[in-house]
Design a protein. Structure first.
Length: 368
């Protein structure tokens, strides 16, 4: 009698597609990566059922805890298809850590979730190494995570990522909307590329337009198109924290899904409106390329992509010079991109005809 499984042959987890030995080997391989992210408050090794963090050892007196979780989105598909896994972990940390710092919080520790159909240790180690690199940039400790091998849930080579980050902020340093006032200035910190939003559209364009991803980028012959697209999300934590603690910043908006139009209103109180001048900074060549390839309307660009601005920083007029100088000294590219006026809570992005290839001067407004 022939069958896929002899009735007398013992069943094992390995024959079902899950290798415990591979999982153990992965933990052994990534333990030094996690250890390299240690910081005050987090000194334990991987392997326990949970990770401890000592807030007092980290120097906090009256802290509030702030938590964020996120993923990398369909940028992962591009990583899998291109074999470029060494930056997506930075994206994962950035999406969480940048969301914490906009509350005024310092990211303290990070946990990751890596799920796949069949564990490929080389890929998994590359991904976790980039998560550890992101944690070092953000100043948080990688204190644990979960690796899930689930045959049948994912196609060959596929994997998914999720991240969870906890931060803390002293109670009197929390950034809230009531700090923002009419007349405040909006500064924009340059992004490193597409970051981790809009990749469903990017991937659609890549297929429809037949892009040669491994050829030199049409807008930058010094690097391939795939390298330009996969540039990791910039992590803004360390340059911003000292300014938050010295009360030089009134609000911060992480420019992710929803772009400039929908993210800036999230940090405004009722009765105030943000006006952004898109002529105030040069549109990155990558953004111009995406717009031209997809014939994307300017307003759609401002809602889908970060358009070259990864973080919006709201400051009082008398703090503009000091904050700009401090952020520039910390390595950020800073643009004065707008201001706050009385009006319905929302954001207007406007520009001249030449900006982003528009046929006429344009304006897009989001209320909410």
């Amino acid at each position: 009698m022939n069958s896929e499984h002899d009735s007398h042959e013992p069943y094992t987890y390995a024959k079902a597609g899950v290798s415990i030995d591979s999982g153990n080997a992965l933990v052994k391989a990534i333990a030094p990566l996690a250890k390299a992210t240690r910081r005050a408050g987090a000194n334990a090794d991987l392997g326990g059922f949970g990770g401890f963090f000592d807030l007092r050892a980290a120097g906090f007196k009256d802290p509030l805890l702030v938590a964020a979780n996120d993923g990398v989105g369909t940028k992962l598909k591009l990583a899998i298809e291109s074999g470029k896994h060494d930056g997506v972990g930075i994206d994962l940390v950035a999406m969480c850590a940048n969301d914490l710092v906009v509350q005024g919080a310092e990211p303290l520790f990070f946990l990751d979730y890596y799920a796949t159909g069949k564990l490929d240790n080389d890929v998994a180690v590359a991904v976790v190494a980039s998560i550890a690199q992101g944690c070092k940039i953000a100043g948080c400790a990688l204190i644990g995570g979960e690796t899930a091998e689930m045959p049948g849930m994912y196609t060959d080579g596929d994997y998914d990522l999720a991240g969870f980050c906890v931060g803390a902020v002293e109670r009197d340093q929390v950034l809230t909307a009531d700090r923002v006032a009419a007349g405040d200035v909006i500064l924009g910190l340059a992004s490193s590329g597409v970051h981790s939003n809009g990749f469903s559209l990017v991937r659609r364009l890549a297929v429809d337009k037949g892009w040669s991803l491994h050829a030199p980028a049409p807008f930058d012959a010094s690097r391939t198109l795939i390298d330009a697209l996969m540039a990791p999300t910039r992590i803004y934590v360390k340059p911003l924290l000292p300014l938050i603690r010295s009360r030089k910043i009134n609000a911060l908006a992480h420019i992710t899904g929803g772009g400039l139009l929908e993210n800036i209103p999230r940090v405004l109180p009722e009765g105030l409106h943000a006006v952004v001048n898109a002529d105030a900074w040069p549109q990155p060549a990558l953004m111009r390329f995406l717009q031209e390839q997809g014939h994307i309307e300017p307003a759609e660009m401002a809602r889908t992509f970060n358009c070259g601005i990864g973080m919006a920083v709201v400051v009082a007029p008398d703090q503009v010079e000091a904050v700009t100088a401090a952020l520039t000294a910390a390595g950020e590219v800073v643009h004065r991109i707008g201001h706050i006026i009385p009006g319905d809570k929302g954001c207007t992005v406007q520009a001249r005809a030449e900006t982003w290839g528009a046929n006429a001067g344009w304006k897009a407004t989001h209320i909410g």
